[in-house]
Design a protein around this ligand. Sequence first.
Ligand code: FES
Length: 161
Amino acid sequence: MSCTCGHSDESAKQEALLTALDKYKTVKGALIPLLQEAQEIYGYLPKEVMQQISKSLGVPFSKTFGVVTFYAQFHLKPRGRNIIRVCQGTACHVRGASKVFDGVSKKLGVEKNGTTEDLRYTLETVACLGACGLAPVMMVNDDTHGRLTPDKAVSTLEKYE
Ligand code: FES
């Protein structure tokens, strides 16, 4: 049964995690794939989840934590529903990418890798999005937006709930 308190959602996640733990219990080298699955389920890796994974695989928590902090693909905090990636590659840089980033950062009130309090956006940077001809470029989720100015970038974000 669904409710608005979020409990049913949490228990569904816990159940999915238990299934994943079970699946990898006896698999060698399972730490990274299991962390990936757990992150798919939760959207990030809460401490309790990392503890459960460590316990299930019999690896020290410090090792699990070390892996999570080493790889950029893992996240220790909840992320926004919309992931913004402002390109900071050379082509974008020379065409004002820093101003685009600053404009977005100021509008959202978050720094690099920050997430807005309402979890609507996470702001990241990236080295090159492979669309240099459209510099400066940012991606929002899977959409590429090019030839940006700070104002254009900010107004583009408004359509992402
Ligand atoms: S440098 Fe920005 S897309 Fe290549």
